[in-house]
Design a protein around this ligand. Structure first.
Ligand code: HEM
Length: 442
């Protein structure tokens, strides 16, 4: 009997023999020749400022990364837990309110809820609070919810100096402008109240005071603003795709759903008991579900391009000359059937699964990438997604309300026909629709 199942992937079957571990590590691994492709160069909004993600020069990146990492140190992550829990509780309460368990009764199931939207509200509330010490409050108030699309427009921009989208997609350009205005406003407010803010554990506070431990230099104010903008752009759609994906697969997989809810509801005596610590660490199936959901729907699914530097690079058995761009599509490597336990069959979680490492060989799992340019926030992201999923499952039952998010058999669109697979669109991070779920108070 299967739990999570996604159909065998065309790309992965085509590329499986090419996606050797060497190929992947030769491009992205520590100390390798390629650098970020010139396509990453700063966008028109911060023309003079490189941030941790878009800077190409390795030395400049090392300096920024050493500083930015301090904002995601274990101590900083611990300190951010109450803030994450506050937003997770807001989400649970908002969904509880949709259930029909009031005096008028009903069967207790809510109206259908689009979890692509709710998960985006959660992750943007968390990342804005973490970055500025002030949340957008998208879960509790509707007035800034347009930011979800505006941020998406900003991250999926065509990258060119003449900014062609200004003429081709004027609405997108307008949304970006509004996002930039909000980001600027929050940064300004953050700077204006520096004393008060220094008591908070937000990223801007950390970045304003942090020094590169190697050369003792701080980031300039413009660099800190650029980093703040990046955090919002990088932290919304990615983490929400992970959550939407796990909810999609759980709502279509009764065995996985029962197993996970049994684990959460047995281990934790109360919802308040769900926080960092040995109880959460003992939820191995919870972690396994998150791994699998991110593998089946990697939040940054495309090829992350790198340029071969002077002297050329040996990529597995190929010698690639200087100046060429190379990359591995994350979706393809995550879906490579040869790297799943059930070799040669479709990717799946087996019922015998006990620990995350049982899912597959680790090289099949690279949604955060590897090497010096891998995601700087991995532990933070696991904490946020684990707390959100565990608290949701503790207080609510859920089921699929409709087919939103599924593939469409017979549509004739290559890669989009597998009904059982959560559909994501590569926009550098990923966009998605659904799953649409109904909730019931347990
Ligand atoms: C499930 C959630 C996430 C996934 C799967 C993910 C994945 C990734 C990937 C694949 C990269 C490499 C991108 C590239 O080479 O172009 C990356 C880099 C990065 N991510 Fe994430 N990310 C997630 C969440 C976040 C969050 C919440 C933040 C911010 C608070 C964030 C901030 C960054 C930054 C700053 C980098 C650049 C790192 C560097 O170049 O040194 N990510 N992420």
């Amino acid at each position: 009997m299967l739990e999570f199942v996604a159909g065998a992937d065309l790309f992965s079957r085509r590329l499986s023999h090419d996606l050797s571990k060497k190929f992947f590590t030769n491009i992205y691994g520590q100390g390798k020749n390629p650098q970020k492709s010139s396509g990453y160069a700063p966008n028109p909004y911060f023309p003079a400022v490189f941030n941790t993600h878009n800077c190409i020069d390795k030395e400049m990146h090392g300096r920024k990364r050493r500083i930015v990492s301090q904002g995601f140190s274990p101590a900083a992550i611990n300190a951010s837990e109450p803030m994450i829990l506050n937003h997770v509780n807001n989400l649970c309460e908002a969904l509880l309110k949709t259930t029909k368990s009031g005096p008028l009764g009903g069967d207790g199931w809510s109206h259908p809820q689009d979890m692509a939207s709710w998960t985006n509200y959660l992750t943007l509330d968390v990342i804005s609070d973490l970055t500025y010490g002030q949340a957008f409050n998208l879960i509790t108030k509707p007035n800034l919810r347009w930011l979800v699309n505006a941020i998406r427009s900003s991250t999926s921009k065509p990258s060119a100096w003449y900014n062609p989208d200004k003429w081709i997609f004027p609405e997108m350009a307008d949304e970006r402008k509004r996002f930039l205005e909000i980001s600027t406003k929050y940064s300004e407010e953050r700077m204006a109240s520096q004393e008060k803010m220094s008591e908070r554990n937000d990223i801007m506070s950390a970045l304003l005071v942090a020094r590169d431990p190697k050369i003792g230099i701080k980031l300039t104010e413009a660099e800190v603003w650029g980093e703040a903008y990046l955090k919002i752009a990088a932290g919304g759609d990615t983490t929400s795709t992970a959550l939407a994906s796990v909810l999609f697969y759980l709502s279509r997989s009764p065995i996985a759903y029962t197993r996970l809810s049994d684990e959460i509801r047995t281990i934790f005596p109360t919802i308040e008991a769900i926080h960092q610590g040995h109880l959460l660490n003992s939820c191995r199936y919870l972690r396994a579900c998150l791994y699998e959901a991110m593998k089946l729907a990697p939040p940054a699914p495309g090829a992350l391009w790198r340029e071969v530097c002077s002297g050329g690079a040996r990529i597995d058995t190929e010698q690639i000359p200087e100046g060429f761009d190379v990359g591995v599509c994350t979706f393809a490597i995550c879906h490579n059937p040869e790297r799943f336990l059930n070799k040669g069959t479709s990717p799946r979680i087996t019922p015998g699964l006990r620990t995350p490492s049982d899912i597959s060989a680790p090289t099949a799992f690279a949604p955060f990438l590897l090497g010096p340019r891998s995601c700087v926030t991995k532990p933070f992201t696991y904490l946020e997604t684990s707390l959100a999923l565990a608290r949701l499952i503790y207080c609510l039952d859920f089921r699929a309300a409709n087919a939103m998010g599924e593939g469409a058999p017979g549509s004739g669109v290559m890669g989009k026909e597998r009904k059982e697979e959560f559909q994501i669109v590569d926009i550098f991070s990923s966009s998605k629709e659904g799953p649409v779920l109904e909730f019931k108070k347990r």
